[in-house]
Design a protein around this ligand. Structure first.
Ligand SMILES: Nc1ncnc2c1ncn2[C@@H]1O[C@H](COP(=O)(O)OP(=O)(O)OP(=O)(O)O)[C@@H](O)[C@H]1O
Ligand SMILES: Nc1nc2c(c(=O)[nH]1)N=C(CO)CN2
Length: 171
């Protein structure tokens, strides 16, 4: 069994519903076990600013899948949730990224782990530190908590914790 961390994001339609559906689909996979969820965060868009706020969260899973197989399953779930991706960094109904897979460094066409931009993203590090504050990122040699503390204040101020999946629905 391998441990992986997955980032979830949504900024179109019923964002909490997209996140909840993604987690239900993950939990339904026979190759995925013990899904642990962070809180949901409402986050200012990074990269392309003229779009709605995102909901972001992170889950920890145990899986029997190789990382590339896991990525395929995540892409299937994105499709099932009607993923529209208009352009790079643009709005999307559901985005699923593999952040970490054990302590492995993976560099395949179409799959880079650890996710190469995770250390600059408060919308990833804030929920991830709930689940894995002391995890040292392979290749960076720093923990999730250290990386979070080093983010510029403007980045950290762009994320607001809403609560768990159920509470976020009521916002
Ligand atoms: N760790 C990873 N997790 C998910 N997808 C990855 C990963 N590494 C590479 N990819 C590739 O990234 C592609 C998805 O890119 P996409 O357009 O969703 O990027 P993005 O979500 O807009 O930007 P970002 O990658 O910065 O979050 C997929 O086709 C996938 O092959
Ligand atoms: N706040 C926020 N900004 C983003 C996000 C995201 O999930 N949340 N995803 C992006 C591309 O993956 C680009 N910008």
């Amino acid at each position: 069994m391998k441990e992986a961390y997955i980032a979830l994001g949504s900024n179109i339609g019923d964002k909490a519903a997209h996140l909840r559906a993604a987690i239900a689909r993950l939990r339904a996979l026979p190759s995925v076990h013990d899904v642990k969820t962070s809180s949901i965060y409402e986050t200012v868009p990074v990269g392309y600013l003229e779009q709605d706020l995102f909901y972001n969260m992170v889950v920890a899973i145990q899986t029997t899948d190789e990382a590339s197989v896991l990525l395929g399953r995540l892409q299937e779930i994105e499709q099932l949730e009607g993923r529209e991706r208009l352009f790079k960094n643009g709005p999307r109904t559901l985005d699923l990224d593999i952040l970490l897979y054990e302590e492995e460094r993976i560099d395949l066409e179409g799959l880079t782990v650890p996710h190469p931009r995770m250390q600059e993203r408060a919308f990833v590090l804030a929920p991830l530190r709930e689940l894995a504050a002391t995890f040292v990122i392979p290749g960076l040699g720093q923990s999730v908590e250290q990386l979070y503390q080093q983010l510029p204040e403007t980045e950290r101020n762009g994320v607001r914790r809403l609560g768990g999946l159920l509470e976020a629905e009521e916002q």
